[in-house]
Ligand binder design. Structure first.
Ligand SMILES: C[S@@+](CC[C@H](N)C(=O)[O-])C[C@H]1O[C@@H](n2cnc3c(N)ncnc32)[C@H](O)[C@@H]1O
Length: 365
């Protein structure tokens, strides 16, 4: 990791460290203390194993350390989970617990590029496309063996992102299979990030399928460029498959609330989905956006919306350690976004790790 990166991190921690830690329960302090101890001992064991003068460790040994750390982490995570209700039910408690965690524990993880990218937010917002890329890529990253091991820990924790992507990929494949429009199908991804499910789909789309148009919407022009390149490369590498047109739309979805009509971004769509975006918005915004996107569907079209599930233990690594704030919601709250959509067929699924909901809203044909 570069000196400049480290410097940025130190500055931001120093700033966050000011303030009171008065409301942090002893139980939670103990959890944080035990986690710091676990990471210190992991680092020391790695250092003992590392050949003197070398900053490298063979991949199988990094894997061995990361499996052990993941096992120990899960035990501590359940202790942290027991403290979460008290912490998150009171804004003062949450603020104090975050300050405490970010000053004591977070710095121990920042050698891992995934943690660093998530916590320091160099692109100015949480959960950028590079964070998502780290999780999808799943490979070894980090300038030191310890950095690689804590990076791998972040990837373990972030598996809900991978499982959600698999569910969306499957929904895309089903929608394309069922498509009967002779002129093909339009699929829009709102808050696309790296659009990994579309990259994956482009690789596997069967020859003979109808022509497809992918409309990608994101507020971050680099994310859009990156996603567009990923899909184009996948298309160039495949032996055959349907023609796919990629349209990039640099736009904040919040402008769709009033100023911008969704029809300015896309023609009537057969499928619109958004994963990992509604969690950043308040309920009213989610409701209005659900309606606006639903109105943009053709008859028979499908709207798919992801949102983190309430009452899980995920707020510990995300909110408290990585300062990655999301709205965790119940099934009832999410389903209520579609209350006013007359005739819509509504269902809710959870991805395989159980952390993320996917709401399906089907427009009558
Ligand atoms: C957590 S990432 C999820 C990316 C992708 N959907 C995935 O699941 O991998 C959130 C993405 O939403 C984008 N985003 C955040 N706020 C947005 C907004 N108001 N309008 C459009 N895109 C937004 C970010 O730039 C980022 O690429």
């Amino acid at each position: 990791m570069s000196t400049q990166r480290k410097h940025t991190t130190e500055v931001s921690i120093e700033r966050r460290d000011r303030g009171s830690v008065n409301w942090v329960s002893q139980e939670y302090r103990d959890v944080v203390g035990a986690t710091v101890e676990l990471l210190h001992s992991c680092r020391a064991r790695i250092q003992r194993r590392t050949v003197k003068g070398s900053a490298e460790l063979p991949e199988d040994q990094v894997l061995e350390f990361s499996h052990k750390l993941w096992k120990d982490w899960r035990a501590i995570w359940s202790d942290a989970a027991a403290c979460l209700l008290e912490i998150t039910s009171d804004p003062g408690n949450l603020k104090a617990a975050k300050q405490f965690t970010e000053s004591q524990l977070t710095p121990e993880l920042l050698d891992g590029p995934l943690w660093w990218q998530a916590y320091t937010k160099p692109r100015g917002y949480p959960g950028d496309y590079l964070v998502m890329d780290h999780i999808y890529d799943g490979g070894f990253r980090g300038d030191t063996p310890y950095g690689q091991v804590v990076h791998a820990l972040g990837i373990h924790i972030g598996q809900f992102v991978v499982k959600r992507k698999e569910l969306v990929h499957q929904a895309i494949a089903e929608a394309v299979d069922q498509c009967s429009h002779p002129d093909g199908m339009l699929i829009a991804n709102v808050g696309c990030g790296p659009a990994q499910e579309l990259v994956d789909y482009a690789q596997t789309a069967l020859a003979g399928a109808r022509p497809l148009t992918f409309v990608l919407v994101d507020q971050d022009s680099d994310a859009l460029r990156h996603a567009g390149q990923g899909i184009s490369e996948a298309l160039r590498a495949r032996p055959s498959g349907p023609p796919i047109d990629i349209q990039l739309r640099h736009q904040s979805v919040l402008r769709l609330m009033r100023e911008v009509s969704p029809s300015q971004l896309m023609l009537k769509a057969d499928m619109i989905y958004s994963a990992g975006l509604f969690d950043y918005f308040g309920d009213r915004t989610c409701r209005v956006l659900t309606r606006r996107l639903y109105d943009t569907l053709r008859p028979g079209g499908l709207l798919l919306l992801g949102n983190m599930k309430a009452h899980t233990d995920m707020a510990w690594p995300l909110e408290l350690i990585a300062d990655w704030s999301l709205a965790y919601r119940t099934a009832e709250t999410i389903m209520a976004w579609a209350d006013d959509l007359k005739g819509a067929e509504i269902s809710l699924r959870t991805e395989a790790t159980g952390y993320d909901y996917l709401l399906s809203v089907r427009k009558p044909a």
